[in-house]
Design a protein around this ligand. Structure first.
Ligand code: PLP
Length: 452
């Protein structure tokens, strides 16, 4: 039973003018926001509707998660059915069919296809939990194969791996770490300072040698201390940093050489963002573990999943049969309602060809974005699949201010973009049509002109 438009508009008016002081908002300048709030009340297809009834084109798929667009009836119906059938059941020492079913469907479409054998699936509740899970699996695996001294993880400067203590301990975004000095300090980061791309389209052709920084860290600290290296194949939160051609292959080779596991954090790139189901498929580089979330359920219900290789999984399936192999798990691992949302999401992706649609649109998207070159203060434009970044020159003494002003201006003109520092990041739902790409780019272009 579809929810009627009237019911949804009724919801909008009910949420009008809420009390704002109690919700402590994440990653938000709370006082600034509450002085001039932007409140979204409904969503359908490519558009949000705010509490005043204005339509806002979604240029960011929510937070890189609503890949199939908004208001998908199939997901709503699956969730409603599941809630009425089995609302919750634990997965510790028992199970329910839908969790196994979802894992099997994901395995059939796992990163890298059948040859990659990344088809053992651990469910979590979010991207941050997926990261923590992958780090723990990596360390536990090394120990299980007799490499117990390997407890360090190597992350990357500007890497974003969520906000759990595991994720921030290997993450490289300074603001996320600086007030938490007690986090495990024993991890370290290699560099991916490729500078600006000078408007190069797609992957940078320079900078492959930056992967050799991993070799330097291995020499410095000893391979016998390092369990794994974690990278986003394409990092989103740092402002869309694209890996140079050949870079990921070289990381894989170095990791192999020293018995180090490779983890791809695909929380953003998973489920079609680059025009292939996963970045693993785009780059043809197969890691040992892949973290996902977001597009897994189209953002509709919180959920994450870690894909593990059979090698890693089987390495931990040791000891007596009645012994728990991994002391790790969440109350909501394999939550039946999230699994129902995920299964419906996968069906939509398949029926509508969304996991490869970004590759059909990539050239159009690239041309549209690069048409903004030449506008005042635009110092770089980057793109890959249906991801884009417009980097602005910081205003004197006010880093991030220019991009923030563009963000607010765009929102008021009916376009949602995302800003991180002075970089505008774009990642629309994969259902976007060419005319909507035109609208997105022209609205943004006008805002950039006004900002100049
Ligand atoms: N890893 C990456 C690469 C991400 O981009 C994000 C979120 O943006 C996360 C992890 C954290 O995911 P979550 O916010 O669901 O915990």
């Amino acid at each position: 039973q579809a929810i009627s438009k009237e019911a949804r508009m009724d919801q909008i008016s009910k949420t009008n003018a809420p009390v704002l002081e109690n919700f402590w908002m994440p990653f938000t300048a709370n006082r600034q926001f509450k002085a001039a709030p932007r409140l979204l009340a409904a969503a359908e297809g490519m558009y949000y509707t705010d509490v005043d009834g204005n339509r806002v084109l979604d240029g960011t798929a929510g937070l890189w998660c609503c890949n199939a667009g908004h208001g998908r009836r199939k997901i709503a119906q699956a969730v409603e059915r599941q809630l009425a059938t089995l609302d919750y059941a634990p997965t510790f020492q028992m199970g329910h069919p839908i969790a196994f079913d979802f894992a099997a469907k994901l395995a059939a479409n796992a990163p890298g296809g059948a040859d990659a054998k990344l088809d053992r699936v651990f469910f979590t509740g979010s991207g941050s939990e997926s990261v923590d899970t992958a780090l723990k699996i990596a360390i536990a695996y090394q120990r299980a194969i007799g490499q117990g001294t390997r407890t360090r993880i190597i992350g990357r400067e500007k890497g974003y791996h969520g906000v759990g203590f595991g994720g921030i301990s290997v993450g490289g975004l300074v603001n996320n770490r600086r007030v938490f000095p007690q986090i495990p300090a024993d991890h370290m980061r290699h560099t991916l300072d490729i500078g600006r791309n000078a408007f190069s389209k797609g992957l940078p052709t320079h900078g492959v040698e930056l992967a050799d920084d991993l070799e330097r860290l291995v020499q410095l600290h000893g391979a016998e201390t390092i369990a794994a290296v974690i990278v986003e194949p394409m990092s989103g939160s740092a402002g869309v940093v694209l890996p140079p051609k050949g870079y990921l292959e070289r990381l894989r080779a170095t990791a192999d050489k020293y018995g180090i596991l490779l983890i791809f954090d695909e929380v953003i790139t998973g489920f079609g963002r680059l025009g292939t189901p996963f970045a693993v498929d785009y780059f043809g580089v197969v890691p040992d573990l892949v973290t996902t979330a977001k597009g897994l359920t189209n953002g509709a219900v919180p959920m994450g999943a870690v894909f593990a290789s059979r090698k890693v999984h089987d390495g931990l399936m040791v000891g007596p049969d009645n012994a728990i192999e991994l002391f790790h798990g969440y109350t909501y691992s394999g939550h039946p309602v999230a699994c129902a949302a995920g299964l419906a999401t996968l069906e939509i992706y398949e029926e509508e060809g969304l996991l490869t649609r970004a590759s059909d649109l990539a050239e159009y998207w690239q041309d549209a974005l690069h048409s903004l070159k030449g506008l005042a203060h635009v110092v770089d434009i980057r793109n890959l699949g249906l991801v884009g970044a417009i980097e602005l020159a910081p205003r004197d003494g006010a880093a991030g201010k220019r991009a923030y002003d563009v963000f607010v201006d765009c929102f008021n003109k009916g376009l949602l973009i995302r800003v991180t520092g002075d970089i505008i990041a774009l990642s629309p739902p994969l259902i976007i049509e060419k005319e909507q790409i035109d609208t997105l780019v022209s609205t943004l272009g006008e805002a950039l002109k006004r900002a100049a």
